[in-house]
Ligand binder design. Structure first.
Ligand code: SF4
Length: 62
């Protein structure tokens, strides 16, 4: 699984690192990035939860 954040849509709510800090983090620009790819299998469920909870719907998982 590959996680990606569309920074053009991210509103910097800091939700995704709370769900899945192993895959998502906030950067100095205040926006999120997916920094662990491929997503470790043990993190796939929380990565999905982070994507579903994203208010901007800007996390893609493939
Ligand atoms: Fe950005 Fe979505 Fe993460 Fe919020 S949950 S920081 S909007 S990618």
């Amino acid at each position: 699984m590959i996680a990606e954040v569309d920074k053009g849509e991210c509103i910097g709510c800091e939700s995704c690192p709370e769900f899945c800090p192993e895959v998502f983090k906030m950067e100095a620009d205040g926006l999120a990035v997916a920094y662990t790819n491929p997503v470790p299998s043990e993190c796939e469920e929380t990565a999905r939860e982070a994507a579903e909870a994203c208010p901007a719907h800007c996390i893609s998982l493939e």
